[in-house]
Structures are given as structure tokens and as C-alpha cells.
Ligand binder design. Structure first.
Ligand code: PAZ
Length: 311
């Protein structure tokens, strides 16, 4: 049994798995009939529980900005979107109004029984286009939201999504932006209950998470256009690691980024080329998002691929 098969054999699916599988199947079949292009976006970080009744877990930094912003740009370009994200991470559209930002857009007219709330005039310009795009996506059923929390949930959901996406063949694009843990505590080595401090500091042995890109590219969606992301903190190894990944898994594109500069620049790495996509200081000050350029470039690559790989 391979490492990834062993993982599925020893980890139960999440409780909402069957419901999500039905949603994914229905969504894919409906849009396949309409002849659409589809993108699966994974977004946000996975957790690694330390106990079955989880009180504590290992987590990572990802807020899901990349995935949520990219989903909006893919919708703008006419793709239908499966947005597979970490529960409570950023989502397309609502990300613009998270936290206090939303409250600050509103005005309260406190007039006793006739109290009303309006959107401040200068916020209408921000709210209106986002609301219009949200309504278009929602009313056309163009986006499906499915969530994961743990690395094991992620594994189950990713395979199920791929199995449904396979019918799109080359028209399916996978945009794997989630920050998936590389290490975990296997289910059979995890204590059932909260780790007690009375026994002293625990020694926790993490193991390597199997790499799902191998079965994904070779077995689950062999005709799809697969894009993975690679995050590093040491710039000197970024392109080398991205190329290694391409050589190993034979997918189409790796987008490399550095933790510190990921909002300003990324590097597109293909089998034979690498080029930087970046924002100027002025573009950043004007509120432009790098995901706009990332998605435009990815779609150009997908379109080129479709010209030569259409069945
Ligand atoms: O979620 P976010 O916008 O804060 O960060 C995005 C990102 C850095 C997680 C993504 O661009 C990425 O590189 N994902 C893959 C990480 C990795 O497994 O190397």
C-alpha cells in the first residue's frame, strides 16, 4: 500500500463528508452540461490535532487571502468555482467587509421607532461592485463553498472534489493555494483525551504527511491543468524547490512565493521557464491585488493548454 493509500485507510472521513460529496457531484454535473470551465481553489491552512477530542492543535499562518481574492477574479473571467477552504478563513466577497471595516461603512440614524441604517455615501463605491459580483455568482449558482479544518478533512475533501472534477478533463483547473501541513500525528498515535500536564511536558512525534500531488496528477484528474503553490522563507531555494516539485509530479505550473513578500510578487515556474509577476508600488497604493495578475496569467496558460489538449 502506498503512503497516501495508507493515510485514507487509517483516517475516517469527516462527519459532513457524504453531504459535501453530493454537493460536489451535483455542482460538477450541472456545470459540465453547460460546457463551462471550472476551477477548484483550495485556500487557508489545515490544522493538525494533537488529541482525538481536540483541545490543542498545530496550525499555520494562512488567512486564505490568496484563495478568496483569486476566486473573485476567476468568477470575473467566467470560470465556475469550487471554493474549498478552511472553516472561518477568508471567503470571496465577504472578505471586503470583515471585522470593523463593515461597521465603519454604515451610518446609524437614531430616531426612536423610526431608526434606520444606511451605507455611507463614500462606501457605496466599494460595496456596490462587490455586491453586484456576489449576486451574479450566487444567483447563477456559480460558486460552491466546501470547508475543511484538519489535514485529514482536507485529504478526504480533495479526493472527492477531484473525482467529481474528472469529467471536465482539460477544462478543469486546480489552483492549490491552501497551506497544507507537512507533518501530522497519525490517528492511531493520538491520545483520545486532552493531554494532561501532570505527567510533564509531552514528547510529540510528528510524521510526514503523504504528498497528494502524485495520485492527484496521475490518477484522479490526469487531464486537468494543475497549478500548485510553493511557499518559502529562504529565497535562495524557492525556484529550485518549485522545479523539483514540477519534475517530481509532472503537473503544469508552480507559483512560488515568499512569506514576507507574497502580496507584492510571485514567481511562475514551468518545466522550462520562470518569470516574476509583481505589483509596482503605485499599483499597491491604488489598491490593486496581485491575485488579479496571478489569475490572468494562469488563465492565459490554461487557454494555451486547451488549444493543444482539447479532446
Ligand atoms: O492565505 P494567504 O493569502 O495568507 O497565503 C497564501 C499562501 C502563502 C498560503 C499561498 O500562496 C501558498 O503558497 N500556498 C502553498 C503553501 C505551501 O504549501 O508551500
Amino acid at each position: 500500500m502506498s503512503h497516501w493509500e495508507e493515510f485514507y485507510a487509517t483516517h475516517l472521513p469527516p462527519t459532513d463528508f457524504e453531504d459535501n460529496r453530493i454537493l460536489l457531484k451535483e455542482f460538477c454535473e450541472r456545470h459540465k452540461k453547460a460546457g463551462e470551465r471550472i476551477v477548484l481553489i483550495t485556500s487557508g491552512g489545515t490544522t493538525v490535532p494533537l488529541e482525538h477530542n481536540t483541545v490543542r492543535f498545530v496550525d499555520n499562518f494562512s488567512a486564505g487571502t490568496r484563495g478568496a481574492a483569486s476566486a473573485e477574479y476567476f468568477l470575473e473571467h467566467g470560470y465556475v468555482v469550487i471554493f474549498m477552504h478552511r472553516l472561518k478563513s477568508l471567503e470571496p466577497f465577504t472578505r471586503h467587509f470583515s471585522g470593523q471595516k463593515f461597521m465603519d461603512m454604515l451610518e446609524l440614524h437614531d430616531q426612536g421607532p423610526n431608526t434606520s441604517i444606511t451605507v455611507k455615501p463614500d462606501s457605496v463605491d466599494v460595496l456596490a461592485p462587490v455586491l453586484a459580483s456576489y449576486k451574479h455568482a450566487q444567483e447563477g449558482g456559480r460558486v460552491l463553498y466546501v470547508t475543511f479544518t484538519t489535514v485529514s478533512d482536507y485529504f478526504w475533501l480533495l479526493r472527492a472534489a477531484c473525482e467529481c472534477l474528472a469529467i471536465f478533463e482539460t477544462k478543469a483547473l486546480l489552483f492549490l493555494a491552501a497551506a497544507v501541513s507537512d507533518f501530522y500525528v497519525p490517528s492511531n498515535e493520538m491520545p483520545t483525551h486532552k493531554i494532561q500536564s501532570g505527567a510533564g511536558a509531552p514528547t510529540i512525534q510528528l510524521q510526514l504527511v503523504p504528498k497528494l500531488l502524485a495520485p492527484l496528477v496521475n490518477l484522479w484528474v490526469p487531464h486537468a491543468f494543475v497549478v500548485s503553490f510553493k511557499l518559502e522563507t529562504d529565497e535562495s531555494i524557492l525556484i529550485v524547490k518549485a522545479r523539483d516539485s514540477l519534475n517530481k509530479y509532472k503537473h503544469k505550473l508552480v507559483i512560488g512565493n515568499m512569506l514576507q513578500t507574497r502580496r507584492q510578487k510571485v514567481v511562475f515556474v514551468t518545466k522550462d521557464t520562470s518569470f516574476e509577476v509583481s505589483l509596482t508600488r503605485e499599483q499597491m497604493l491604488n489598491g490593486m491585488e496581485i491575485e488579479d495578475s496571478i489569475v490572468t496569467n494562469v488563465i492565459t496558460n490554461h487557454t494555451e493548454f486547451l488549444k493543444t489538449h482539447q479532446y
